[in-house]
Ligand binder design. Structure first.
Ligand SMILES: CC(C)(COP(=O)(O)OP(=O)(O)OC[C@H]1O[C@@H](n2cnc3c(N)ncnc32)[C@H](O)[C@@H]1OP(=O)(O)O)[C@@H](O)C(=O)NCCC(=O)NCCS
Length: 151
């Protein structure tokens, strides 16, 4: 598979909503996606299959001073566990370094075992939790990764 990372914009709205639906049952509305894809403080990266131009994964993050907050990451269910999540997150970390970001943080649902294993494999550590964070009453774990700008 030939893959390429691109910066996503409003022209990818339908593809993002489609991937959100397939991978997370649609956590964001159309207007939330519109903001995510147009706000200059957000970085939204996609992994595209070069030949078909299909969006196979995306991650989105919000830059707040020297900190990047990951708001969304998902890989197409048919293409999970092929290294695409790692490819995307590594591209985001590389981008973070160029933005002089010192750390990345995110929330993950406490029972999302694949995502927890994925973040652990990418060097994230648990630094706290938020009770009752999700609509279904589940807690969120707060994970953080320090970015060493020199490495
Ligand atoms: C979390 C997610 C983005 C990971 O993407 P992915 O492309 O499948 O992950 P990768 O193939 O890059 O995996 C990298 C490493 O993470 C770990 N990992 C990933 N998925 C895993 C799983 N289901 N079980 C155990 N470990 C897993 C492994 O260590 C893996 O390395 P390995 O395959 O060499 O063992 C993907 O599972 C996903 O889209 N899930 C649904 C959406 C979601 O829950 N997003 C997170 C919301 S906070």
């Amino acid at each position: 598979m030939n893959l390429t990372i691109i910066q996503l914009g409003i022209m990818h709205l339908n593809d993002c909503m489609d991937l959100d639906q397939k991978s997370l049952n649609g956590i964001w509305t159309k207007s939330q996606w519109e903001i995510e894809l147009t706000d200059s403080k957000r970085i939204c990266l996609g992994v595209i299959e070069f030949e078909t131009k299909k969006l196979l994964g995306l991650c989105s993050a919000w830059l707040v001073i020297d900190e990047l907050h990951i708001t969304f990451i998902a890989v197409d269910p048919m293409n999970q566990r092929k290294g695409l999540g790692k490819f995307l997150l590594s591209a985001l970390i590389k981008r973070s370094k160029s933005l002089q970001t010192n750390h990345i943080h995110l929330e993950v649902k406490d029972n999302n075992e694949p995502a927890k294993a994925f973040y652990e494999s990418m060097g994230f550590k648990m630094v706290g939790n938020r009770s009752n964070f999700y609509k279904d009453g589940r807690d969120a774990l707060i994970l953080k990764k320090e970015i060493n700008i020199k490495s």
